[in-house]
Ligand binder design. Structure first.
Ligand code: ATP
Ligand code: MG
Length: 442
């Protein structure tokens, strides 16, 4: 097996070897190369101690030196070079008590999570595959290095990593590894929200967000996202629907682009349905108020997940408005753009199309035709520069002040009233007309 190492990686490995050390590309880059995928970064593992690594190169940074990682600059690119290490005992299921350097590549590979991530390669040493990683790639399997129960007891995050890799690579999880996840899923509770979120975001933005179902089946969502378990347990008896809330949500996630905000929005758009569900005497379910309550719940959940505020605001806006169904007229769409914010329209339309595709086939063609009409009108309004927000008005707050309105909330109220008028009739967005209105209304 030959892997085409990029020149700077060859150079980093070559320099370490010239100084008498061993060095290999390791982990994700070897896995991706064997799969025929271009690696997004190249990590190097070496027998050299961190100080020795630093003395071999002109430009280095102490990125994670206490864990043995030095960043090396080579030909304008950065590479993480990490000393062979073994993790000490894990007492808390999250951090090794200490990290010990070792002279043995085998020891270093043994501490890695999955066989497919535990291979090393150099031109001199060839492929070092001690645990059958290449075979597992060929049979598309995620399997722990060593005893899965032990490995998950050391670091419970590995359970979620197994599912994340299975979603990114479309691999199955080896039955013994899967059994261990089922057994130990409650121990994910020891892991910080930040680490869980990082893996979940990679899972749901992969080509196979439907693997979130295995996160649920194994008992992991129950630990950090119990709202999801409620969704999986909530039926939707209604002619528009053919799935329970959870499976409908999975379909919607599959039908939006693999963008972080869009996948999070799809995941959370119906999160309040379990709470809002009311069954009528005919046996049909209704979910009145779920978009508004859902936006509030989404905010709490994303805060708990330690998401950044910009993402939270964006997702919550889309969740809040996802169920609005204006009749497609130019005026209604201007109103919608003003309510939601024009910048959110592409995401909202994308979400609504995916929402329809996750429902029963009932009236599907009509629903989709209406959404493409909404998109057409939105684009027309944009192209013609019609006013949908206060900053689009032909007058500003200064004009209102100049007309003699004292500074204060009245200015905003007047501008909003002008905006409402202009949204109803765009021909009114004319400076003379608006100044006359200000005089009249002040
Ligand atoms: P990606 O392409 O997504 O970055 P990756 O395999 O590089 O995939 P990383 O999370 O960057 O994944 O980790 C780099 C390597 O470090 C892994 O391939 C694995 O060998 C090892 N590793 C990372 N996290 C753990 C962990 N929690 N337990 C054991 N080994 C781990
Ligand atoms: Mg990586």
């Amino acid at each position: 097996m030959q892997i085409a190492l990029p020149d700077p990686v060859k150079k980093v490995i070559g320099i370490l070897e010239e100084h008498g050390y061993e060095a290999y590309a390791v982990g994700g880059c070897v896995r991706d190369s064997i799969m025929g995928v271009t690696p997004h970064d190249w990590d190097v593992t070496t027998s050299a101690l961190p100080q020795e690594v630093k003395s071999c190169f002109d430009r280095t940074f102490d990125t994670g030196i206490e864990h043995g990682t030095v960043t090396v600059r080579m030909y304008g690119q950065s590479f993480e070079v990490t000393t062979y290490r073994v993790d000490g005992d894990y007492e808390d299921g999250r951090h090794p008590n200490d990290v010990t350097f070792t002279a043995s590549l085998e020891e270093d590979l043994k501490r890695r999570d999955f066989t497919i991530n535990a291979m090393a390669y150099s031109d001199r040493g060839g492929l070092v595959d001690l645990f059958g990683g290449a075979d597992d790639i060929a049979s598309r399997v995620i399997r722990c290095v060593g005893d899965p129960r032990e490995r998950f007891s050391e670091d419970a995050l590995r359970m979620l990593r197994a599912l994340r890799f299975s979603a990114q690579l479309d691999f199955e999880i080896d039955p013994r590894t899967l059994d261990a996840i089922r057994e130990l899923s409650p121990t994910l509770e020891k892991i910080s929200a930040e680490r869980i979120t990082a893996e979940m975001v990679r899972l749901i933005t992969s080509d196979h967000p439907e693997r979130i179902e295995t996160v649920y089946d194994t008992g992991l969502t129950a630990v950090f996202f119990p709202e999801w378990d409620e969704m999986m347990a909530t039926p939707q008896h209604h002619h528009h629907h053919c799935y329970d809330v959870g499976h409908h949500t999975i379909e919607v996630m599959k039908h939006v682009s693999a963008d972080r905000v869009m996948r999070l929005t799809a995941m959370l758009h119906d999160v309040a349905k379990p709470i809002c569900r009311k069954t009528d005497p005919q046996g049909e379910d209704h979910f009145v108020g779920h978009p508004q309550l859902g936006a509030d719940m989404a905010r709490d959940i994303l805060r708990r997940f330690k998401m950044d505020n910009a993402t939270i605001d964006h997702v919550c806006t889309l969740v809040r408005h996802h169920d609005e169904r204006p009749t497609p007229t130019r005026r209604n769409i201007r109103r919608l753009m003003s309510r939601v914010g024009a910048e959110h329209m592409p995401g909202l339309i994308e979400l609504k199309i995916a929402d329809v595709l996750g429902q029963s086939g009932y009236k599907r063609e009509e629903k989709l035709a209406e959404l493409s009409e909404i998109r057409r009108l939105y684009e027309e309004i944009l192209a013609e520069g019609e006013c949908v927000k206060i900053s689009d008005l032909a007058v500003t707050g200064k004009d209102v002040i100049a007309a003699g309105v004292p500074r204060g909330p009245e200015i905003g109220r007047l501008l909003k009233r002008l905006l409402d008028m202009v949204i109803e009739d765009p021909t009114q967005n004319d400076r003379e007309i608006l100044l006359a209105r200000i005089d009249e209304w002040k």
